[in-house]
Design a protein around this ligand. Structure first.
Ligand code: RNT
Ligand code: ZN
Length: 418
């Protein structure tokens, strides 16, 4: 290891030790946290089943940065490249449209075997897999409604797709020996003010109950439901609102998925985590960054990211929380986007673990808000960077921005040759 990295770590370790923070233990704990890398950042949410179909469902990728993955092999190669620059052992999150098969197969006919190449690869790489039914970018989603559609045939098609997806999730979990989180997000909603808000929600509830009818062990598959406030084309009403899914998840024993970009602009998910986990067993996060109309910018080290990490660490909620990423930026190198967002997410967790939580809690309990504020602010410039660099070095991934050169090299040698 680079001597300067080692020396800085030793110095930082002493500083944190003064507050009873054992940095070695912190790094061990950090190494056990898995982040689920979303495959769709690698190809601008196109997938492989319906390549000519435009992205729909009110989500959008802007930018045409060259080199995006066009085949499953390319996507896996790119994910491997990204993971080689991210410390730790993680998971990969697939959408149904990323099936790796030569067969022309529609979404309601998908079977585990259409994903066997992904499973073989995940085993070989030591990765877990998560899953999502794809309820957009499909002719049957064109009217903007899926599981809550008033047309029975269309609604049934989507129910079948979700039931098939859940079996694929179970297969992932069984094969890989760790649970797959299958997350349900659908775009259903109206551009303009509806007359009837209730009926689509009643239909969605019925669809979900049917999808979840069969018992599946949570050792293999965990179901999560993801709300949204609005999308492009569903500005006035979204069927699967936060209240809808919170009620659904609590009453049915499902996990809530909180996407950081799916709430009012001044509302934050960091303030929801503790409430939701009081009434549900598990939580799924879509770590993302909202910017004006877009809910999916690359995750940066902003206040909200740090606050999310603090909540999980301080409230000891990491064990019950599945951390997924959800952003897509087509204007920058696709692999760099993954690396930046994932490294930031892990780094934020590290920063949170390097705070004197007990001391801060004590100050708060004693109503010493002066000390609380003073210490939180001073700890913002404690040398967490030195601990992070050491962690990267120990895990054999590039230290600091050294990864950027590797991405540029990969871009020249691989991406631009596609
Ligand atoms: C959309 C949701 C959803 C998607 C992915 C592709 O607003 O956040 O999670 O981003 O399923
Ligand atoms: Zn999301």
């Amino acid at each position: 290891m680079d001597q300067a990295v080692q020396n800085s770590y030793v110095e930082a370790k002493k500083l944190y030790a003064k507050y009873g923070i054992n940095t070695d233990e912190v790094l061990e704990k950090l190494g056990r946290i898995k982040v689920s890398l979303h495959c769709w950042q690698g190809d601008d949410v196109k997938g492989f089943l319906f390549k000519d179909k435009q992205l729909s469902g009110g989500i959008a990728v802007t930018g045409s940065y060259p080199g995006r993955a066009e085949t499953p092999e390319q996507l896996r190669q790119d994910i491997e490249q990204a993971l080689s620059m991210i410390p730790g052992k993680h998971k990969v999150n697939l959408h149904a449209i990323y099936a790796d098969t030569e067969e022309p197969v529609d979404l309601d006919q998908l079977e585990p075997r259409h994903f066997s190449k992904w499973v073989d690869w995940a085993k070989q790489q030591g990765l877990g897999l998560d899953f999502n039914p794809t309820m957009f970018s499909h002719p049957k989603a064109e009217e903007g409604f899926t599981l809550s559609h008033s047309n029975e045939e269309i609604r049934q098609f989507w129910i079948n797709h979700c039931r098939a997806s859940r079996k694929i999730g179970e297969y992932f979990g069984k094969e890989l020996g760790q649970p797959c989180v299958t997350n349900y997000w659908l775009p259903d909603g109206y551009k303009d003010t509806p007359v009837d808000r209730l009926s689509p929600r009643v239909r969605l509830k019925e669809s979900l109950d049917e999808i979840f009818r069969d018992e599946i062990s949570e050792a293999h598959n965990i179901d999560a439901v993801e709300s949204k406030l609005f999308g492009i084309g569903s500005e006035s009403y979204v069927v699967g609102s936060h209240e809808f899914y919170l009620g659904y998840a609590v009453s049915r024993g499902k996990a809530v998925c909180l996407d950081a970009g799916h709430f009012h602009p001044t509302e934050v998910i960091s303030n929801k985590i503790s409430s939701v986990l009081m009434f549900t067993e598990r939580l799924l996060l879509h770590v993302s960054r909202p910017v004006r109309w877009d809910s999916d910018h690359v995750v940066t080290m902003d206040d909200e990211l740090l606050e999310i990490a603090r909540e999980l660490v301080r409230g000891d909620m990491l064990e019950r929380t599945h951390i997924g990423l959800d952003f897509f930026d087509g204007s920058i190198n696709h692999i760099a986007a993954w690396v930046i967002g994932t490294r930031n997410t892990i780094k934020a967790l590290l920063r949170a673990m390097l705070e004197p939580v007990d001391l801060l809690r004590k100050a708060e309990d004693q109503r010493d808000f002066t000390s609380r504020l003073a210490l939180v602010e001073e700890f913002k410039s404690y040398p967490f960077g030195a601990v992070w660099d050491y962690y990267c070095a120990v895990h054999g991934v590039p230290v600091r921005e050294a990864w950027l050169d590797e991405v540029k090299k990969y871009e020249r040698n691989v991406l631009l040759q596609r």
